[in-house]
Design a protein. Structure first.
Length: 219
């Protein structure tokens, strides 16, 4: 019994000594990888945001005004999200969105978009390439704008044009759409997206030119 007690005390003393020795060592600092935020020349990952959608019948903004062109048959507030890859040159993304049409206009006494499902959804593939990948490297002088994106080289390097295609659900039907767009990184972790989609006439629903303006947060 006495021998076991001595052994136990010796073991506890050894453990205490090891603990004090460990406390005397400098703390171990684990290097954590800082999160990669969306920035010009490097913007890959998940994103989500909100935007507006114009359900128009023509693109004559000058002749017909905004309400008579971009929003001629309605408009919607929407949310969107997806995943993208962009290394400053090549760009690819999968994007989904859903919105609710909230305006109804009339032309020559005929009410447009008064019937049918008012929810609008899209599932799009976006593919693009940026031909202007070199931002301004020289420091901004007082005669230049202090806002980086106003410098043409920076704006072009922060933006990527793309082609897009996929499906869209509106007014109770599902249809194939295609179009073009441009994405611009406006700040670390933030981007804007403007795109145009053409929806052909089918099943009694007239052809529509859809314009979307979006603000996205990248994760």
């Amino acid at each position: 019994m006495k021998r076991n007690l001595i052994s136990t005390i010796a073991l506890l003393m050894a453990l205490c000594g090891a603990a004090r020795a460990a406390d005397s060592l400098p703390p171990f600092t684990k290097a954590l990888a800082s999160p990669t935020l969306c920035a010009p020349q490097n913007c890959s990952g998940w994103y989500a945001g909100f935007g507006i959608l114009g359900d128009g019948s023509n693109a004559d903004v000058i002749g017909n005004g905004i309400n008579g062109s971009v929003f001629s048959t309605g408009g919607a507030i929407k949310i969107q999200g997806g995943y993208q890859l962009w290394n400053g040159a090549w760009f690819a993304a999968f994007d989904g969105s859903v919105g609710y049409q909230f305006t109804t206009n009339s032309t020559a006494g005929v009410v447009a978009n008064a019937t049918g499902n008012r929810f609008i959804g899209t599932e799009l593939i976006k593919l693009g390439y940026n031909f202007f990948t070199s931002p301004q490297t020289a420091p901004v002088v007082p005669s230049q704008s202090p806002i980086p994106l106003i410098v043409p080289a920076n704006l072009l390097a922060s933006s990527t044009p793309y082609m897009t295609f996929g499906g869209m659900q509106r007014r109770g039907i599902s249809e194939w759409v295609n179009g073009v767009g441009v994405q611009t990184v406006i700040a670390a972790g933030w981007s804007t997206d403007a795109k145009y989609l053409y929806a052909p006439a089918q099943q009694g629903v007239p052809a529509t030119s859809v314009v979307m303006f979006e603000l996205n947060k990248h994760f």
